[in-house]
Design a protein around this ligand. Structure first.
Ligand code: S3P
Length: 182
């Protein structure tokens, strides 16, 4: 799908392991836009990791925080922002409304659930909601219909990060954006 009017900001959404942060960083660099990762902003504000927040306060506390920080970022942002969301953020109807009202184009990065599970096995980030494959798959199935309420759906299966970023640039007609490198 091609967009006639290029969006001025976009949010990358999708399940854990979809590549929202890596694709987002590259995309922002490619376009000369700012990049922010919602989870990183939360971690910096709280001064502790997402897994520590879940362990110490539980998921409800994290979701309230996620909601508040997203609202602030969306309201304060000017334009030319690529925002990577945590896997659960777009599932919340209030968060979807915030993004829509702030004019974000929402890009769903998708992949088969077994590939997502493997991608999340990389060392580095501990994800409290990645436990066994069965629970992971059930959550993915439950959330997928919500992710499909996006503006653009991109299948990342077997694709390199640069290829995915390029596909988004073309689909959203962002080649002519000031700052974008050819
Ligand atoms: C979550 C995904 C995580 C993080 C938190 C909850 C989720 O982000 O926000 O652990 O509910 O799917 P990533 O999608 O970047 O792993």
């Amino acid at each position: 799908m091609k967009y006639s009017a290029a969006p001025e900001s976009m949010a990358l959404i999708g399940f854990m392991g979809a590549g929202k942060t890596t694709v987002g960083r590259l995309l922002a660099a490619r376009l000369g836009w700012q990049f922010q990762d919602l989870d990183d902003v939360i971690v910096n504000r709280e001064g502790r990791s997402i897994s520590d927040i879940f362990r110490d306060h539980g998921e409800r506390y994290f979701r309230d925080l996620e909601n508040r920080v997203l609202r602030e970022l969306a309201t304060d942002h000017k334009s030319r922002l690529v925002l990577a969301l945590g896997g659960g953020a777009f599932v919340d109807a209030a968060n979807r409304r915030v993004l829509q009202e702030a004019g974000f184009c929402t890009v769903f990065l998708d992949a088969p659930v077994d590939e997502l599970f493997l991608r999340c096995a990389q060392p580095g980030v501990i994800r409290p909601l990645r436990q066994d494959i069965q629970k992971f798959s059930d959550l993915y199935k439950q959330r997928r219909p919500e992710y499909r309420k996006c503006s653009l759906h991109v299948d990342t299966t077997g694709k390199q990060v640069a290829g995915v970023a390029e596909e988004i640039v073309r689909a959203l007609n962002l080649l002519a954006t000031p700052g974008a490198s050819e």
